[in-house]
Design a protein around this ligand. Structure first.
Ligand SMILES: *[C@@H]1O[C@H](CO)[C@@H](O)[C@H](O)[C@H]1NC(C)=O
Ligand SMILES: *[C@@H]1O[C@H](CO)[C@@H](O)[C@H](O)[C@H]1NC(C)=O
Ligand SMILES: *[C@@H]1O[C@H](CO)[C@@H](O)[C@H](O)[C@H]1NC(C)=O
Length: 519
């Protein structure tokens, strides 16, 4: 008996010591961002680790090993940004970028100033790694030094510059478009020109506006940190990005930037609520699912736009499920079902659901591809333009301009996506490729988090690019030398030779003339 207890105790202590203790900071109030981090947090707990999650969405049902730090102040500072998303479509992309940075300053400060977060910082906990969402919040990465643990970045989108900076992933402007531009990897000369110009504009803003302001926040809220802000933010052990080559296109990454797109899809389906299932089941011509995501509320649309949309939907032979957040929608046609919430992935999985009308957000397009459903995209902000440009390029979607959206075009696009089989065929192929991975995206993410923890930050993965400044990285100094020498050879040398010859001639002439004089 005693030996049994001993073995049990030993096993328990072994089990205990094999688990790591993680801190995860999710600094965005966007529900979709939380869903990505939450999926990873649950995956880590399932793998036997403990995790403390700082977010605005505390658990409703506690999970052993999962500790919440609720930071509601993020809602206070980000509410206005979420409300302004619809109108942001009127702004040029150059302004949208500045708006994102300014929102970033508010959120970064908002987290630091949350009383719960301040208390948490003062508690002397120790962590094996810090997993920090990368959402315009570089000052937060100082948590790694504060807790003396390696830094892991978690991007809920793709590889945008301030994130690829963390590990030095190359992003050649010739075939990697900026995610806020509606381009794909095959750019025309004009598109490449715009891409390079926009990336240059972003670099200037980053270096002379965004980063200096983040540095100020870093110094204000981590007075005890010794590391230089710029070195610190280029010292991440790992960055996980919510992207996958089958969902976009091939592009290079450093070995510590890992694509784990779709961690939030667990492959399990829940039965649909009966009312919704019957509505879909009884549709003679199938159903369309229409949702602009968790942040864009359809109820906030101008009434004229809502009527335009309703005229398009009413003209369809299919039934439509529209995420619309009010109970009362005047002139709602018979074939339209509204609700403020839908079990999205379970609906997309229903065989009678034919297509998804979406804003083109990363989670929505990933789920649509996973379930093999083509999309009609109405991109509004951020990477939605890029995601939809990819949908158009690969042929699984149609993109419409929301600013000029009218009933006729909207209806025509939905009719095309449901009647032309090519869209569905393409997306079903993509679904097969996306599902054909060695591990699930979540297993892959958990593995990499554990790997860099096991190897104390896995500095061996860090690219030497991280220690170069921009002119070294782009070999500007070397190019100056090469072009300098070439310049000498091509222009300066003939010029010098010419000058020498001329001098010689004039000397010859002079000696001639002196000779003449002498004579
Ligand atoms: C944390 O540690 C410091 C010194 O190491 C101590 O002064 C402080 O009281 C500790 N705080 C808590 C909450 O344990
Ligand atoms: C980089 O991070 C590691 C931990 O992963 C730490 O030991 C090291 O001091 C950091 N270096 C810089 C320059 O911040
Ligand atoms: C919907 O159809 C499926 C398959 O035919 C069936 O199993 C399910 O019970 C139906 N649900 C409702 C609510 O009618």
């Amino acid at each position: 008996m005693r030996i049994f207890t001993l073995i049990l105790g030993l096993l328990c202590s072994l089990g205990y010591s094999s688990g790591y203790n993680y801190l995860m900071v999710l600094n965005s109030a966007g529900r979709s961002h939380f869903n990505v981090g939450h999926a990873l947090a649950k995956g880590l707990v399932k793998a036997g680790h403990d995790i403390t999650v700082v977010s605005v969405y505390p658990l409703k049902k506690p999970i052993p090993g999962y500790t919440d730090v609720n930071v509601p102040n993020i809602f206070n500072v980000m509410g206005g940004d979420i409300a302004a998303l619809w109108s942001s479509i009127q702004k040029p992309v150059t302004q949208k970028l500045i708006d994102h940075y300014q929102m970033g300053f508010r959120i970064t400060r908002g987290l630091f100033e949350d009383p719960n977060f301040q208390d948490f910082l003062k508690s002397n906990q120790s962590f094996d790694a810090i997993i920090c969402e990368t959402f315009y919040n570089d000052a937060h990465y100082g948590l790694a030094e504060h807790f003396n643990a390696p830094l892991i970045g978690l991007s809920t989108g793709g590889g945008v510059t301030f994130i690829t900076d963390m590990v030095g992933s190359p992003a050649p402007a010739s075939f990697v478009p900026h995610i806020m531009l509606p381009f794909n990897d095959h750019m025309s000369l004009y598109e490449r020109l715009l891409n390079v110009a926009f990336l240059g504009y972003e670099r200037l803003l980053l270096d002379y506006y965004y980063l200096p302001n983040q540095e100020k926040l870093y110094k204000e809220f981590f007075p005890g940190n010794k590391r230089c802000f710029y070195e610190m933010r280029r010292n991440a052990s790992l960055v996980l990005i919510n992207q996958h080559v089958s969902l976009s296109f091939p592009r290079p990454y450093t070995p510590n930037m890992i694509e784990v797109g779709g961690m939030h899809i667990d492959g399990k389906l829940s039965p649909l609520p009966e009312k919704i299932e019957r509505f879909i089941n009884e549709s003679e011509h199938g159903a369309i699912y229409f949702s602009m995501g968790s942040n864009l509320k359809s109820k906030d649309l101008p009434p004229a736009k809502v009527q335009e949309i309703l005229r398009a939907l009413g003209g369809l032979k299919q039934r439509v499920l529209w995420k619309f957040e009010l109970d009362n929608l005047p002139n709602k046609p018979e074939n339209v079902y509204i609700s403020d919430w839908f079990p999205q992935t379970d609906i997309l999985a229903h065989p009678k659901v034919l297509a998804f009308v979406t804003h083109g957000g990363m989670l929505s397009t990933t789920e649509s591809i996973y379930h093999g459903k083509p999309v009609v995209g109405l991109p509004i902000f951020s990477d939605q333009f890029f995601n939809m440009a990819h949908a158009v390029q690969t042929g699984y979607g149609i993109m419409l301009d929301f600013k000029t959206l009218n009933a006729a075009d909207f209806q025509k696009a939905i009719e095309r996506i449901t009647s032309e089989l090519s869209y569905t065929k393409v997306v079903q192929g993509m679904s097969l490729r996306y599902r054909d991975q060695q591990q699930t995206p979540l297993e892959n993410a958990v593995y990499w988090v554990e790997h860099v923890t096991r190897h104390q930050g896995a500095a061996y993965l860090q690219s030497a690019a991280q220690r170069l400044n921009w002119w070294q990285y782009h070999n500007v100094d070397v190019l100056l030398i090469i072009f300098g020498v070439a310049f000498l050879l091509v222009i300066a040398l003939p010029f010098t030779i010419f000058k020498l010859l001329k001098n010689k001639l004039s000397i010859g002439e002079r000696t001639k003339s002196t000779k003449v004089k002498r004579n």
